[in-house]
Design a protein around this ligand. Sequence first.
Ligand code: BG6
Length: 467
Amino acid sequence: MKHQKLKDFPKDFFWGASTSAYQVEGAWNEDGKGVSVIDVANHVEGVADYKIASDHYHRYQEDIALFAEMGFKTYRFSIAWTRIYSNGDGEANQKGIEFYDRLINELVSHGIEPIVTMYHFDLPNSLQERGGWSNRKTVDAFEQYAKILFTHYGDRVKYWLTINEQNMIILHGSSIGTEATDLENPQKDLYQQNHHMLVAQAKAMALCHEMLPEAKIGPAPNVAPIYPATSKPEDILAADTYASIRNWLYLDVAVYGKYPAVAWSYLEEKGYTPTMEDGDMEILKQAKPDFIAFNYYTSQTVAESLGDERDYSHTGDQHETVGEPGFYRGSVNNNLQRTDFGWEIDPVGFRTVLRQVYDRYHLPLIVTENGLGAYDKLEENDTINDDYRIEFLRKHIEQIQLAITDGIEIFGYCPWSAIDLVSTHQGINKRYGFIYVNRDEFDLKDMRRIRKKSFYWYQDLIQKNSL
Ligand code: BG6
């Protein structure tokens, strides 16, 4: 649909950016922080681990001053569960609570609205040793953790996100530190973990509404439009199947409190249906999100299943295998260009998915991640000419404006990432930030912060509230 006239971005639009605790903070064992699954995971050889990351734990004031200089209206970050409860539950760690108090105060003092992700991949390892999300007791631990966050920060934090990319934790967990605990039947185990996370999320949403009536809370999955490889009806059906398994399973349960029919029949067919306790469906039904946050990087394309291993397709990122014999076959979309790291670039798919999510759930939307991982080069006079990032973001923001003109309710955009940080499995040299952090994979150099060209571009855009 080509509009003759575009609608403006709303006046109070939340322009900002995102990070996650383990990828940016460092200080992995300081001030009583416990060990998370990320800290003990086997790191990919040849890339940085998360011990120092971008050292944001010690430099948050300098970093937030830069965010304010860019004009951020909001900043989406995550709280490390292991700073609040070293062991995931039990006794709280006062120093961890105080760190986020200081960080939130710093944001508020700059007029930046904090958006807090409660859990972004870094499950406390002590909980993992007790079975992690396979153990129903982790639901209680999450509820206890949610309660302490709402108690301490609820006076200043109005926007909460429950679990970052729960769908990626279940579908591609091995590249982000999540493992099945039942090695005999790992997939069934993962869907049991998934069910426990959905119950934990529902309990946290209900608790948030009870404790903080003014606050808003929502899920934060990764959503991709799923294209059929051709207009062949069988390919279209396969795309619909995969969309239900990859996207809608997570959001339908969060919003409507029920598993979508197609994803559920997939779970039945595979023998992956989770064990539920009495009352689980009521818990899921009673909890209601106030908005949907989602991360968008790219679309995905699938075709009819051939029924064997030919169904598996590797995208540019070898960690992401798409395809499942009997259900759908992973496919490559030759209409799209790719990033340095092989991810397909699809701004138009962004508009499609904004429409799909809004039309399915009728809730306000906020984009909590979107961005370009690239090899940036520090040039003379401390310049980083990341025109490719500007181009990527500009094209995606154009699509947001088109979606707003389509009538979609979008209240914010927080690209990944506010500042350079360590990627999930490809190191620090896969950079996403507006601010360069002067370190390499293993040489920490001086870690100084340098404004990239995209920093000034985004600053200008925010100031004008327009492209
Ligand atoms: C999202 C995650 O999936 O993608 C982030 O929420 C992650 O934590 C981002 O960093 C980009 O992925 P990667 O693998 O390039 O770091």
